[in-house]
Ligand binder design. Structure first.
Ligand code: HEM
Length: 142
């Protein structure tokens, strides 16, 4: 596969991931009366999250090596953003897994944390997309 194709795949996966993050926001709302449903949905959510992020990193890394693109500042920022998102997601998953969701107050706090974490992740991906657009337009150059 050409580097150009690999990067096009990377770009497409990032957009699919953004759509997934936005769509995932409905989980705490549709399961608001159903703590166990929330836990189950959250499990599948994290699984798909990990799958998509792994594909994004794979496509990105293959492009870096096969295209001899080197470690530019934007690529390093992407890797940091990637690691931060993975870290937050795994932490969130562990908390949801062990929390006593039958307790209405705990369920409420965790639902709100789920939404806030999703919003942070959406913001990170959006900023990354904007940064890459600015780079492509030559407005930022690093
Ligand atoms: C290990 C992780 C990653 C690696 C190695 C990687 C690598 C790359 C490389 C080499 C490029 C091309 C750079 C250029 O054209 O100057 C690129 C483009 C891009 N990456 Fe990543 N990336 C990674 C993760 C991410 C993540 C997590 C996001 C989103 C948060 C992201 C968003 C983008 C975007 C929006 C572009 C521009 C695509 C386009 O031209 O349409 N990347 N990435």
């Amino acid at each position: 596969m050409e580097v150009v194709q690999m990067l096009a795949t990377h770009s497409l996966l990032v957009k699919a991931f953004l759509g997934f993050l936005v769509g995932g926001l409905i989980i705490p709302f549709v399961t608001s009366q159903n703590p166990l449903g929330f836990r189950k949905a959250s499990f599948f959510y994290t699984m798909i999250f990990q799958g998509l992020t792994t594909m994004i990193a794979f496509a990105g890394l293959v492009a870096v090596f096969t295209g001899n693109l080197g470690w530019t500042m934007t690529t390093i920022i992407m890797i940091i953003v990637w690691a931060v998102m993975m870290y937050i997601e795994i932490k969130k998953y562990k908390v949801i897994k062990i929390a006593n969701l039958e307790n209405a107050e705990t369920h409420k706090v965790i639902k709100s944390a789920f939404v806030k974490i999703s919003l942070v992740q959406i913001l990170l991906v959006t900023l990354m997309v904007v940064l890459m657009i600015l780079k492509a337009k030559g407005i930022v150059s690093f």
